[in-house]
Design a protein around this ligand. Structure first.
Ligand code: MN
Length: 516
């Protein structure tokens, strides 16, 4: 009988520690809903003690998501554990995840504590957490660089104290698969009470080996994998959910394991996560990259056309990449539209559907064929625009540009319900537009990044603009979509300003004290 590997998704915690990828409560909820559709076993929703925003987000996820365990991260301190419990207690299956470092490097330079002191703190933390719930996970930070006998000693003690999952992280991405697998085997053989807990691993990708290390650990006894969508996370990121799951699924001949992941939701979840975090997926990324199923060589194309398995080890549909069977146009009705969205994995409320349908009709009038990618973008944009209140709203935009004129823009927009307009010249139409919007919004933010991409090929494609803005230490991403790239740019900037306005009202971040 194949054994189950538990999938612990930490996109909302470690993934959110990706530089510049912070998410607000609504955005975390949207990703959490997709993680529930994917059917992950555990959603680590955040680090409740780290900031008020994190606390509120974890609480909201714990309240709404019913089909997954919801974990909150906590250092091995009483106040962290209390905050984590406060945030997750309304979940159907709450889990407290507490951690402390076990490596001599961290003990000596960072914590200035002895091994005995750390062992006692770990046990005390797990005992404290276990008073709230039987579902306690303990992590030994920097485990892969720790003395293995000492980690075994700590794990034995925390399992006695009530930990049901013991996590062995490769915090700094230092391990090599064969070595990492052997360490898991050692733990299986040297922890007398190991049958009372699940061994978990949490691998970072600094040497590009996070997925390989995770698989090596599973082959040696680990039964929980901590992963993120698109491999997001600190520095080079974490083991990616899609790669770990599809490796186990595709190589069933080799792995006698299964996961409960509904793989058809992988691609929609990857898209949404990329959109909301503003972190673009590289085209050659395994499973979810734009080229993951693109065959360029003539020999490969010929083979795939004759029989897909000649050069495809898995099908695009298995991970939710759908080939368009029924392109929509301006004559398509509401029913066909709804059916199409459902085929693509989007189940919208009637009111949401109506709003997206109006935009679809508008787009179909301007653009000959509406591709699946355009629909995905429309749906996501509608959801994204909805995620923060519109303090700033674009009403009208006129630009004048060309080779013989100095580019200029006139913008009419609402600022806190008041209609304002202004004009300015710029180096180009987007520069002029941004100058006017900055003036009207009275913003002091800095533009850190500006990126334009077209969603599908051809000159009539939808332009997708992503901006990253910074103001008073807050870094956020704004998104805009329109067939006109200047309008898309204006929408992205205004979306970003709305988000900044929203996060600034939430107050300063306390900062994330330590990273696992
Ligand atoms: Mn980590």
């Amino acid at each position: 009988m194949p054994e189950k590997v538990y999938i612990f998704d930490t996109t909302l915690r470690d993934g959110e520690q990706t530089p510049g990828a912070s998410l607000n409560v609504d955005e975390k909820l949207q990703i959490a809903r997709h993680l529930e559709l994917l059917n992950v076993d555990v959603i680590e929703a955040g680090f409740p003690f780290a900031s008020r925003g994190d606390f509120e987000a974890v609480k909201a996820v714990a309240r709404e998501i019913r089909g997954c365990q919801i974990a909150g991260l906590a250092r091995a301190f009483k106040q962290d554990i209390d905050a984590a419990w406060e945030a997750i207690k309304e979940a159907t299956q709450p889990r407290i995840h507490t951690f402390i470092s076990t490596s001599d490097i961290h003990l000596k330079h960072q914590m200035k504590k002895s091994r005995q002191e750390v062992l006692e703190m770990a046990v005390a933390a797990v005992q404290h957490a276990a008073r709230y719930t039987a579902n306690v996970e303990f992590s030994a930070m920097d485990a892969s660089r720790s003395d293995l006998a000492y980690v075994a000693q700590v794990f034995t003690a925390v399992i006695d104290a009530g930990a049901k999952t013991v996590n062995f992280p490769d915090t700094v991405g230092y391990a090599i698969p064969e070595e990492f697998g052997a360490k898991i085997k050692y733990l299986m053989e040297h922890i007398p009470n190991i049958h009372q807990a699940v061994i978990s691993v949490h691998c970072h990708n600094d040497l590009g080996l996070a997925v390989a290390n995770t698989l090596a650990a599973i082959m040696n006894g680990a039964r929980q994998a901590e992963v993120t969508i698109n491999g997001l996370g600190e520095r080079a990121g974490n083991a990616s959910l899609e790669e770990v799951v599809m490796a186990l699924t595709t190589r069933k001949d080799l792995f006698d394991f299964y996961t409960d992941i509904v793989t058809q939701y992988i691609y929609p979840t990857s898209r949404l996560t990329s959109k909301l975090t503003g972190v673009v997926v590289q085209p050659n990324k395994a499973i979810v990259g734009a080229n993951a199923f693109a065959h360029e060589s003539g020999i490969h194309q010929d083979g795939v056309l004759k029989e897909a398995s000649t050069f495809e080890i898995m099908t695009p549909t298995a991970v939710g990449i759908k080939k368009s069977t029924l392109p929509l146009g301006k004559l398509s009705g509401r029913h066909a539209f709804k059916k199409k969205l459902q085929e693509m994995g989007y189940y919208l409320a009637d009111e949401e559907l109506n709003r997206v349908f109006v935009q679809f009709k508008d787009l179909a009038d301007r653009k000959k064929t509406v591709f699946d990618e355009d629909l995905v973008s429309l749906v996501e944009t509608e959801v994204i625009y909805k995620s923060v209140p519109e303090h700033f709203r674009l009403v009208d935009l006129v630009v004048l540009t060309g080779t013989m004129v100095k580019p200029s823009a006139t913008v009419k927009m609402e600022v806190g319900g008041e209609l304002k307009s202004h004009s300015a010249f710029g180096d180009g139409p987007i520069d002029a537009t941004y100058k006017v919007i900055t003036h009207l919004a009275g913003s002091k933010c800095r533009l850190l990044k500006f990126a334009v991409s077209s969603i599908t090929g051809g000159t009539e494609a939808l332009g997708e603009v992503s901006v990253r803005l910074e103001d008073a230490g807050h870094i956020i991403t704004g998104q805009g979509v329109d067939p006109d790239i200047v309008t898309a740019s204006a929408r992205a900037y205004i979306n970003g300003l709305n988000r900044l306005h929203f996060v600034k009202k939430l107050g300063p971040k306390r900062g994330k004290p330590e990273k696992l």
